[in-house]
Design a protein around this ligand. Sequence first.
Ligand code: ZN
Length: 445
Amino acid sequence: MTPTNSLPSLDVSELERQLSSSDVGQALHQLMTRLYPICRSITGNGVRETLSILQESIPLTVHEVPSGTEVFDWTVPKEWNIRDAYIKNSKGEKVVDFKNCNLHVLNYSVPIHQTVSLDELRPHLFTLPDYPEWIPYRTSYYKENWGFCLSHNQYLSLQDDSYEVYIDSSLEDGHLTYGEYYIPGESREEVLISCHTCHPSLVNDNLSGISIAVFLAQQLSQRPPHYSYRFLFIPGTIGSITWLALNEAKVANIKHGLVLTCIGDSGKFTYKKSRRGETTIDQIAAYVLEQSGHPFEITDFIPYGYDERQYCSPGFNLAVGCMMRSPHATFPEYHTSADNLQFVTPENLATSFSVCATVLQVLDQDRIYLNQNPKCEPRLGKRGLYRNVAGQAEAQLNEMALLWVLNLSDGSYSLLDIAQRSQLPFDTIKQAADALLQVGLLVEV
Ligand code: ZN
């Protein structure tokens, strides 16, 4: 349960203590359990209900963008809402019922109420023959259609009969709803954390990213961070396009970012690099994963996946990577009813939270300094640093950290560069830099 042993060599002791003292995995899972039954989509009341639950934890602002708003090459769609849906056989028995599982309805189905034969019904039914117990998740956002998703076993049990199909939905002019939480830091430079909120009862794919983002925001808001942080809870694709189109003036402040998705399963970590591929967030994500001791893979950017596609489109080209466990479509539970609350465990959530929190901690503390006494080594003893060091158990380590920081702080190496080159923990390098800063031997570039 506790992630205490998850990042041994990084020595992020304070964070580790916080994580072990609070049962973060259980708390993340409880939030997902509350959000799980809600029928979300790219618009509609399911998103509003989701965001209002998140507002109990973080003071996010809910934005409403009217249908028809032009956003670059796209248009904000009509708003979809659903109240009920079922298929009844001629005996009046519900053979498929939206109230049992919201995946049963093709997401964005237009309303319908008519009686049809099984042959007329079949083109509107979606199943997974390879996983006959599971219900698939299907959408039809941009082509008006109606349909039902059901297990293949349910499908096979349908008799030749007449069926009443009923979908009590609406597709009308309304709004696209998204949530935004901005945490001002010491710097106006921003870190963007983005997750999608548009999937109904799917856990790894949307709820894991949402929950971890909420907990990261809570943690960051406890004291002013160095960077400012912008959290976006948005529908996939159309949400990031909408935000970028309506907030283009803010984009220049975004210096780093992460998309969080599919981050609660038991698979190895996968970090997908930004399009630029050599940015600070790419370096830090790789470093933290290496240090974590957990299996991981770093993949290059491809223009497919989640909202990093929009943030990394050539007109923006932001330093935004994507942190996942198993990438989309690589696990059979993906976009099915098996992506459920059992598939994502508190233990895996806690580990993922720990990794993400550590990435942000290193990012927030990483700096480039300039040694103010670059001609030969300064005398540490007369500044009280040598004596302090000598009294400590790990004197040799810390002294080495002081020497490394002094030697490499020529304005071109960051603290993380120094940690990697010296093979000393980032925290040790950071402590040495803080001590040198206090006695005026370093200034920030
Ligand atoms: Zn998805």
